[in-house]
Design a protein around this ligand. Sequence first.
Ligand SMILES: NC(=O)c1ccc[n+]([C@@H]2O[C@H](COP(=O)([O-])OP(=O)(O)OC[C@H]3O[C@@H](n4cnc5c(N)ncnc54)[C@H](OP(=O)(O)O)[C@@H]3O)[C@@H](O)[C@H]2O)c1
Length: 301
Amino acid sequence: MKLGFIGLGRMGQLMVKNLVRHRHRVIAYNRSPGPRRIAKKYGATTVASIDELVGKLERPRVVWLMITAGPAVDSVLSQLAPLLDRGDTVIDGGNSFYKDSVRRGKELGSKGVHFLDCGTSGGLEGAERGACCMVGGNPEVFRNVERIFKDLSVREGYALMGPLGSGHYVKMIHNAVEYGMMESMAEGFEMLKSGAYRGKINMYTVAHNWNHGSVVRSWLMELAERAFKNDPELKNYSPVVFDSGEGKWSVQDALEQELPFYTAAAALFSRYRSRQKERFGHKVAAALRHEFGGHAFVRKK
Ligand SMILES: NC(=O)c1ccc[n+]([C@@H]2O[C@H](COP(=O)([O-])OP(=O)(O)OC[C@H]3O[C@@H](n4cnc5c(N)ncnc54)[C@H](OP(=O)(O)O)[C@@H]3O)[C@@H](O)[C@H]2O)c1
């Protein structure tokens, strides 16, 4: 198929590479020019504006967005939408908040432009060699562009989840599950490093061993194995963990729906804690123990 691709960041440029490998004709655009050169090297036709991108596509056009979630998506759509016609399709493959996707889908739908929201998983390796695509939207629109999802995904790695917004909803919950799994692994390796056998267990040996036949073998465990192999003490990493929104949105959704989502919430709060330089709450707890029972505390110098 011929399609337009906007957003040639870490994910986008590798997805373009994968699409070209599957013989799609990709017209690629990125706001800053650097990544355009990479997409060109991968075999895409690159353009210097969204106008030019739309001009190079035949109707009905298909345009894939792979950009930072939030206002950037609205900004790009505000430039793109006026150039599109009835019957064209926009696919948002980023990690947009599902309610934003419902709104965007309705706005585009009001002028006859179709919209599919696609949660894309698999990281950079998945982008290049086959991802997992969770799609939301109209089944007929999905079928019309199914080839793209098929070629971007591993075998059986794509599916229509439900109506508008559901692809990004499923991806949001997927990422919340991922937060929980990562937190559990983080705490487990901390136990191995600092618990009863402190200093006597090699983290790489454990991860390698767990990836061979154990119940917790997984891609995340393979990534842990790789990280420990390259940097056994993870000396290159500060213990600060960022997030890109899906964990927070999923916990907010759980609160709105009054549903239990303990592990995702705990993992999210752990990330927030990791970013605090001054833990005032722990000072309060230390002061209270001292006040009520004269318990020892570490005096700040
Ligand atoms: N990295 C992952 O493992 C992963 C996995 C699955 C899904 N995702 C999602 O996929 C999307 C892209 O992720 P990424 O890792 O490729 O991010 P990235 O490397 O940071 O790239 C972000 C892209 O968005 C563009 N962009 C940002 N603000 C823009 C604006 N206001 N107008 C136009 N373009 C704008 C950037 O263009 P410039 O180069 O001009 O800044 C760049 O092409 C995100 O929604 C992310 O959450 C990421």
